[in-house]
Design a protein around this ligand. Structure first.
Ligand SMILES: O=C(O)[C@@H](CO)OP(=O)(O)O
Length: 248
């Protein structure tokens, strides 16, 4: 008996296109991002892998990606659960900043430490910033615990309780679960699933809009480490592009 889990990073967002750090800022998809999402749904249909329930963050780029992919797969009717614990990593004071300019200003070592280190968060974002989520009604249940910055470890710490309490329950019930989320919240999940070390996770990048399918055994251990991208060639090229962001 194995279980099926599908991970889908949202399609290209307006700030992905502009090469800006995004985090918890609720930016929209570009036209290309919408097309990627629809194509993701077609890839699922072609592979005959159809989700029974979808989990998303509370951010519209993931929500709309899920909607478009499910519409393409004719599965708009499935149950949906949204939770802030699937949100993108809060990028602190880098939110809204240009990646190339940040790289030029602070140098590659600092830039990569903020982008990809496991446990070094960027400087905290001021509550008065236009890019702060403090006071946003969608996070009212968080009270004053709305993040001001996060490292990947913080994402794992807030994601894992929800993984255990909700997502794994649906998986173990035999449902094919689709998680539509973000580059860094999905990196956190992949780190957990594949048992990737704190150091090695720095080199792992997730492309936009290409379903990544995991077959999990009874202990929820991947049958094939790293899972399977439904379009492996497109994924390889897109992974390279994410890794090099800010450098060109
Ligand atoms: O800006 C962000 O929020 C993330 C994902 O788009 O970027 P990065 O890949 O640099 O962590």
């Amino acid at each position: 008996m194995t279980y099926t889990l599908i991970l889908l990073r949202h399609g290209q967002s307006e700030w992905n296109e502009k090469n800006l750090f995004t985090g918890w800022v609720d930016v929209a998809l570009t036209e290309k991002g919408r097309e990627e999402a629809t194509r993701g749904g077609h890839l699922l249909t072609e592979a005959g892998i159809l989700p029974d329930i979808v989990y998303t963050s509370r951010q519209k780029r993931a929500i709309i990606t899920a909607n478009l992919a499910l519409e393409a797969a004719d599965r708009s009717w499935i149950d949906v659960k949204r939770n802030w614990r699937l949100n993108e990593r809060h990028y602190g004071a880098l939110q809204g900043k240009d990646k190339a300019q940040t790289l030029a200003e602070f140098g590659e070592e600092q830039f990569m430490e903020w982008r990809r280190s496991y446990d070094t968060p960027p400087p905290a974002l001021e509550d008065s910033s236009e890019y702060s989520q403090v006071g946003d009604p969608r996070y009212a249940d968080l009270g004053d615990d709305v993040p001001r910055t996060e490292c990947l470890k913080d994402v794992l710490d807030r994601f894992l309780p929800y993984w255990e309490s909700d997502i794994t329950v649906d998986i173990r019930a035999g449902k094919t679960v689709l998680i539509a989320a973000h580059g860094n919240s999905l990196r956190a999940l992949v780190k957990h699933l594949d048992g990737i070390s704190d150091k090695d996770i720095a080199a792992l990048n997730i492309p936009t809009g290409i379903p990544l399918v995991y077959e999990l055994d009874e202990d929820l251990v991947p049958v094939k480490a790293g899972g399977t991208y439904l379009d492996a060639d497109a994924a390889a090229a897109a992974i390279e592009a994410v890794a090099n962001q800010g450098k060109h």
